[in-house]
Design a protein around this ligand. Sequence first.
Ligand code: GTP
Ligand code: MG
Length: 252
Amino acid sequence: MTQFAILVPTYNESISIVELLEKLEPLQKEYKFDLFVLDDNSPDKTADIVDQLGYSWVSVVRRPGKAGLGAAYRAGFEKVLTVDKYTHVVTMDADGSHRVEDLPAMFVAASGKPDESKIIVLGTRWMPGGSVVNWPKSRQLLSQSGTRYAQIVLGIGLRDLTGGFRIYSSSLLRSLKLKDMTATGYCFQIEMAMASDLAGAAKIEVPITFVERVNGVSKMSKAIVVEALWQTTVWGVFRRLRPNADKLHYVK
Ligand SMILES: Nc1nc2c(ncn2[C@@H]2O[C@H](COP(=O)(O)OP(=O)(O)OP(=O)(O)O)[C@@H](O)[C@H]2O)c(=O)[nH]1
Ligand SMILES: [Mg+2]
């Protein structure tokens, strides 16, 4: 039986997360997923607000302080992988950019395979049927060039390497050395795609519509972009120079 755990990292998302959970509730009745909010001690009390909502299917993982998206996700993976019933782990932003409406198609793409299958489903903006709403041209270009650069440097043919709307099978996550991963910002998404590729996962791209956030403030920064560019270049060089060592680094 397919059982999803959804992970949503938050930092100061008190308005957006309430809207997201309200939108997810009808779908939860159908799919019976559990959701974990991974909160880095948000000053706007995101964690307390979520707890007060009292949804039985929502838990808050309280972390001591802002340590980046990658660290929050790795802590979330560690937590849900100790629970045997979850066959798949969904990752999703809190800010409404990842639409609840796109989830069923992603669930379908992830389902129906044997439990031990290594699968990554990637919500993809830059493919037929995918789109971006309310992003300025400059931001679209940044995202597309980031993916293009990572495709070339890492030799991975996926069309959206920086997006964070994904489903991983638990078997895939259990086969990765998550503790040895260090990326924090966007490059966490690139690192996970690369590690999944090295693990021989089946890669399924599903078109999504990405909507610019309406509430709250972006945590994107120049430092995150520079980290992604620098890290991707280093990974690319290592993949070429020491392909076997690279696989050993990421895959158990
Ligand atoms: N726990 C935790 N969550 C974070 C951190 N940084 C960002 N997030 C969350 O990760 C998700 C994506 O962050 P955003 O700021 O929306 O980044 P983005 O989507 O790349 O940028 P925008 O287009 O401006 O929204 C959101 O749910 C954030 O609240 C962090 O350091 N810790
Ligand atoms: Mg966002």
